[in-house]
Design a protein around this ligand. Structure first.
Ligand SMILES: [Zn+2]
Ligand SMILES: [Zn+2]
Length: 380
């Protein structure tokens, strides 16, 4: 290692579709306006599995992982002065690296950054762990890695020093949930239905509860998930496999009222259609789940949308969601730790993916600890 090299970083790399390898990268010392984060936890997201399967373009070779938290390992003087943080501080870094100059960035919707990056051919914003290839120096652009490179344009949030890492690992998905709540303009007293109790759906229920929703109903297919939804913020749940008429069961769960807001977090076009039909006249439907490539969805233009003035509001990424997410995770009255059911090391990624795909062992959210070694018990 030279003077300008800070460390070596173990990494998981998606070298091509369906091809996962383990590599090592040099971690350069940060320049004046940069920092380097030592990754302590990174959530495994369905997006990561879709990336590996080749469903989200050709970003290979890619270091995946966009739900990371860690502590500052090194920081340039200018970055430290501008950001007000120093070595050892715990931080979350947003997955999108905004250009901070396009029209969308300037209006605050930096999740829609319109920067075209000639060097990488990216046209929809640079996203850690999703579309910045490892071939772009220094190759530390994903969380399945011991270290992360953080340039000047990154959005960095300080975390409480005493927040347990398992809880902190939920910052990004909870920020996604908070953006969904904001897009749906959830206000105190609203009746909110959440479809899909995956990690984001569960966190949407918690965020809706904290936003003062009058009633939160979670709709799903698995009783264990629905029980967890109740513990984290839902007033009632509906298991669609246990009822003959979903619409009337949801209405009952909403105490006879049609919901003001329905948030679709299952990522299913059928659930998007259900959401539009289920919401009250003049209500809001938030589309918060990705359905996968080329998934057309149709609505009856007049009967379902026009004559009912339903607002259909897609919610993408997490812009504006990190501050409320960190505040909510700082409260100790909600059992967020129950969502993080499994922790794996980097060399166990294949096992972790297999567990998630099989939905075995009660897995809700699995995370990676890049510093964990296989000698330890993997399921504590
Ligand atoms: Zn994610
Ligand atoms: Zn921009």
């Amino acid at each position: 290692m030279t003077d300008s090299t800070l460390a070596m970083s173990r990494q998981v790399v998606f070298s091509a579709a369906d091809t996962l390898t383990h590599e090592t990268a040099l971690v350069p010392a940060p320049s004046d306006d940069q920092l380097v984060v030592k990754v302590m936890r990174v959530g495994i997201c369905a997006t990561d599995l879709h990336l590996l399967a080749g469903h989200i373009g050709d970003p290979f070779p890619l270091v995946p992982g966009h739900e990371f938290v860690g502590e500052i390992a090194a920081i340039g003087a200018a970055a430290s002065a501008t950001r007000g943080v120093g070595v050892g501080d715990r931080v979350a870094v947003e997955m999108l690296l905004p250009c901070r100059s396009c029209a969308r960035c300037r209006e605050g919707r930096y999740n829609l950054c319109e920067q075209d990056d000639m060097a990488t051919g990216l046209t929809r914003g640079r996203q850690y762990g999703v579309n910045i290839p490892r071939t772009v120096a220094p190759g530390l652009w994903g969380g399945y890695s011991q270290y992360l490179h953080v340039p000047a344009e990154a959005v960095v949030h300080r975390l409480p020093q005493d927040m347990p890492w398992e809880r902190a690992a939920l910052v990004e998905p909870l920020a996604v949930a908070h953006r969904a709540i904001a897009r749906g303009r959830v206000t105190p007293g609203d009746v909110v239905v959440v479809i899909g109790p995956g990690p984001v759906g569960l966190l949407v229920a918690a965020a809706a509860r904290s936003a003062g929703a009058g009633r939160v109903v979670v709709v799903g297919t698995r009783d264990e998930r629905l029980a967890l939804a109740t513990r984290i913020g839902a007033d009632a749940t509906v298991n669609v496999r246990a009822v003959s008429d979903t619409a009337s069961a949801v209405k009952d769960a909403c105490a006879g009222m049609a919901p003001d807001v329905v948030i679709e977090a299952a990522g299913l076009t059928g659930a998007q259609q259900d959401a539009v039909r289920m919401v009250r006249r003049g209500g809001r439907v938030v589309l918060a789940g990705a359905c996968g490539a080329a998934a057309p969805v149709t609505f009856l233009a007049d009967e379902e949308l026009l004559t009912r003035e339903v607002d259909v509001l897609p919610s993408f990424l997490s812009a504006g969601g990190f501050e409320p997410a960190i505040a909510l995770l700082s409260r100790d009255d909600l059992p967020f730790e129950e969502i993080v059911t499994h922790t794996f090391g980097l060399d166990e990624v294949a096992d972790a993916f297999a567990l998630i795909e099989s939905r075995a062992d009660g897995v809700v959210k699995a995370v990676l600890d890049p510093w964990r070694t296989t000698e330890e018990d993997t399921h504590d």
